[in-house]
Write a protein of this length. Sequence first.
Length: 347
Amino acid sequence: MRRAEWKLQTGKSAEALSANYRLDCDFGTAVIVCWEKGGIEPIYVCESHAKELGPSRGHSPEARILTAESENKESPAKTEDRTKAEVRSKPENRAKSERRAKIEEPSDRKPKKSGLSEAAQPSAETKPARAMAEAPSRNRNRDVAFGNPAKAMVDEAIWNLATGDYEAYRTALQEGKSAKEAAQAAGGQLAMIHQKIGEYGIKLDGVLSESKAGISVGETIDKPLERAMLEIISGDGRSDAEKDAAIQELGSIQEWVKQGLQGEMAVTQANQLLVKIGERLSWGANSEVSEELKAVYRTVHGNLKTAISAVAPNAQNLLDRLSNLYAAKADLDRELASTKELTQAIR
């Protein structure tokens, strides 16, 4: 996918994006469909798709052409004068200008130091940084070792969509529809997250199926659990009964994670365990698991992820994106559920 270079929004000037944004082009996604149907949220597209889509809707007939290069260096007034002079002078200059141009509507606002909007001024935060900062407070204490929902919102360019219709989601589930179908009925971020999880999941399965290497069950699962047991045994802060209970709990975890696996497991099995652990830990959000056991799960989860990446290097990016999306989905599910509960309480 190409990097987004332009921001288009209804009734506003197109904005050139800094390379620091590191966002993929929205073209071909549901975001574009929403925008074309009259949505007011901005879209982020590459140079070629910006030209294909044309100027942002709502511009006046007096729209003027500004070159992207000069926009970042000169005031709008100077840039306009120079561009008009180029267009009047030579046909070849006009062609060059149009190839590198963007459409910007006239404005009565005071000139800025550059042609960028206030949100894109160098002194302001970049979009990813702003999205991270605006992430709900519930994410601040989460364990991002299992997934970073704020990063998913930025990487997948879905942070500026509505969350989705919880009632439609719940009704669809009650009607026996799958979680993916229910999410599509809900729309918004929930639909996009489910869609992305499905897309990346298919890609990851394809990458992992190409690897015939085995992953050691002893190294990834048994060793960290046995190490935790030894630390409990050698520790002085618990009674013998408390130590026995803690060791028994670790044994139950070991049995639950391994599912009878011995020796080596296939890389696809390791990925299944990765998701299984993530779901038990709510992908790093608040859960009933104790801090001590969270550390054990975290180690096993990290071992599995490292082992998968070692035998299937091309899976690393997909694993990261999926973990972040699962975390975002978990947070969104809780947010929609809590919104429903709050609405009922108010009523």
